[in-house]
Design a protein around this ligand. Structure first.
Ligand code: SF4
Length: 343
């Protein structure tokens, strides 16, 4: 696979998202007037380094899929900046150029494919219209690489394949464009557990083989832990915590992250909680709570929490682990209320 020119060192950011914002207007009435605004993504910033896997987690409606679509221009930004390998989108590179370097795999493997195209044509389509060399040969090689023997599968249509096979086609189709970053948006969520494990292993192998970088979006914390180097936690359109996967899994700093992990179902009957760790649904993004958006569900909330928005701050002296909570104890990396509760 030919690679685009690589700027900077191997651990430099491949993509930087700066203060991304997207609000959706809600219109109603005969005159179709705007009556409300959904704050889907509100000032989200992060980076993903070359060769790493950044997991993005959060409840449904937290803005993780909208963030993914903003990164690839499927939804227009209201505000913010995307920088891809040093090039600013809209200044140094066009959306078309960005999409050559960033591909996306969606949850719905069937809707992602044209039902009238054979899978060979589906995989070869992108390279063909972008003038890449030997699109069919490339498609055959990639189908083989994702475990679909071209002699058996090349001329089948999407409805003749299982969900796992269709998702392999979608992965091959993404790789056919020779991307450097692949965004996987709930890409394994609809698969049976045994197929999910096979596709995750395939994704790990392809990352090594093609030198890829992934953004892996999922509501399944175990899957994110398996594949991610770093994890970013979103709540109601904002980032509340980001850090190395092991720190997020073993040493959560933000009360929302802790609640998410505590809500994970346990197979151990002695380890089941009577009380739900995270009560209620997330508030309506049309009218998000003031200050810390988690204050309406946080058992550690104090008056400052609804009055002022907490900033992401380094915790526990680890520059790579940040969380946004007023009660944070920077030394230990835990909220002060957590610490007091533990003492
Ligand atoms: Fe809870 Fe307050 Fe921290 Fe928000 S800032 S997570 S409400 S303690």
């Amino acid at each position: 696979m030919t690679r685009q020119e690589d700027r900077g060192g191997p651990r430099q950011p491949l993509l930087i998202a700066k203060d991304l914002k997207r609000h959706f207007p809600i219109r109603s009435g005969l005159l179709n007037r705007q009556t409300a605004t959904v704050h889907a993504v509100d000032g989200v910033s992060f980076d993903v380094k070359k060769g790493e896997v950044l997991g993005i987690v959060g409840e449904s409606g937290c803005g993780k899929s909208t963030t993914a679509r903003l990164m690839i221009g499927l939804i227009e930004l209201d505000d913010g900046q995307i920088i891809f390998d040093g090039d600013v989108l809209g200044e140094d590179i066009t959306l078309k150029e960005l999409r050559r370097g960033v591909q996306m795999v969606f949850q719905d493997s069937y809707a992602s494919l044209n039902p009238r195209l054979t899978i060979l044509d589906s995989v070869a389509f992108g390279p063909k219209i972008n003038g890449l060399e030997d699109p069919e040969g490339k498609a055959r090689n990639l189908l083989k690489r994702v475990g679909l023997e071209p002699d058996r599968f090349a001329h089948r249509y999407p409805h003749e394949l299982s969900g796992g096979q269709r998702q392999r086609v979608n992965i091959a189709r993404a790789l056919a464009m020779e991307p450097r970053l692949v965004i996987l948006d709930e890409a394994v969520s609809a698969l049976d557990k045994s197929v999910e494990a096979q596709v995750l292993n395939l994704l790990n192998e392809l990352r090594e083989e093609f030198g890829l970088t992934y953004i892996f979006i999922s509501h399944d914390l175990n899957v994110v832990r398996y594949i991610s180097d770093r994890v970013l936690v979103m709540y109601l359109g904002e980032v509340v915590e980001v850090g190395p996967a092991e720190a997020i899994y073993h040493n959560q700093a933000h009360p929302y992250t802790s609640s998410l992990f505590a809500a994970m179902p346990s197979m151990d009957p002695d380890n089941r909680t009577e009380e739900p760790p995270l009560a209620g649904d997330p508030p309506n993004p049309i009218n998000p709570p003031s200050g810390c958006r988690f204050h309406t569900r946080c058992k550690f909330a104090e008056s400052v929490c609804s009055a002022a928005k907490p900033k992401l701050s380094v915790i526990g002296g680890d520059e790579t682990h940040l969380a946004a909570c007023h009660m944070m104890d920077p030394a230990s990396g835990h909220s002060q209320s957590f610490r007091e509760a533990a003492e």
